[in-house]
Design a protein. Sequence first.
Length: 377
Amino acid sequence: MHYLDNAATTLVPEEVIAAMAETLRHHSGNPSSQYPYGQDGKAVAEKGRETIARALGCPKERLFFTSCGTESDVWAIRGAVWHGRHRGKHIVTTAVEHSAVLESCRWLESEGYQVTYLKPDSTGMISARQVLDAVRADTVLVSMMLVNNETGCVFPVAETARLLREAGSAALLHCDAVQGFLKVPCDPAGWGVDLMSLSGHKLGGPKGIGALYISPGLRNFRPLLPGGGQEMGLRSGTEATAQIAGFAKAVELRMENYDEKLRHMADMKALCREKLLTIPGMVTVGGGTAPHILAMSLPGYPSGNIVSDLGSRGICISAGSACHKGKSSHVVSALGLPKRTAAGVIRISFAPETSPEDIQALYEALRSHQAERCGML
């Protein structure tokens, strides 16, 4: 198999599996229990929190575990508007956010909120000035992703935070960093971001674990789940210690030779773009600079057919976000591409394990797909 869909999920290293198995075998007591076996589980969770917080550059007390990135996004958005409920009912976000953010905003629109959806330019970019120009006196939340999951565009979150502060806006800033964490610079505390969402399975961790950074200034942030008071009273429910251990081990592994891993992904992306552009008709989509995501299009060849055909050959890519489940992408629609180009968009995404052999296999399969379809015309 040639796996090139790392923006959908990543393969889990053996070291992560081993860390989870160790926790399940020897530290599976309830972390809320007072006897040593339970406290061993608590120690696993707290060590994991410290590891991930250190990589994020924030105090461990400001990192709260969730079940996934979607839960982190929804909690951040619902909590932020509750926090600003006495100031207004206006939200600013982008038209190319993950569905977890967009569906949360649509949900809030049904409750009387007004939402401004900022459209990207033809390269897929949103500017900080666009955001600031959309902010009003009654804006309570700005939600802006760090890396777009389909184009790889890196959004100016740090600059947006600075402009909001300089303008004296009381709006909270939420950043969905699910695709950005440990792939591009990510510093919520240093940037002045109020809320930042993470997910374990985008960087070699297991599915079923995410996290939310909540800035120290939000000490009365609304709890997600009432109950036994876990996660410092903000998200009740027995801690998923094995998943936390796996998330932390994945972060540890990504941090080893970190710069080298980023360079390798960027090199694989550049090689892939160069190779695929030799295929007649192939074009690059968007101006994404993240090292792990490349969007391209083969106009006239529907992306769904390409993905299915390549999958049957053991090559895994996607036609956009896995969360679309075959539906047309709102991200691609927002770019205003010609119809034939939009219909042929594919996403290739890379990991530190991606090899030139994976790229060559993709290239040969796409050439074969094109030749076979031309023969049918």
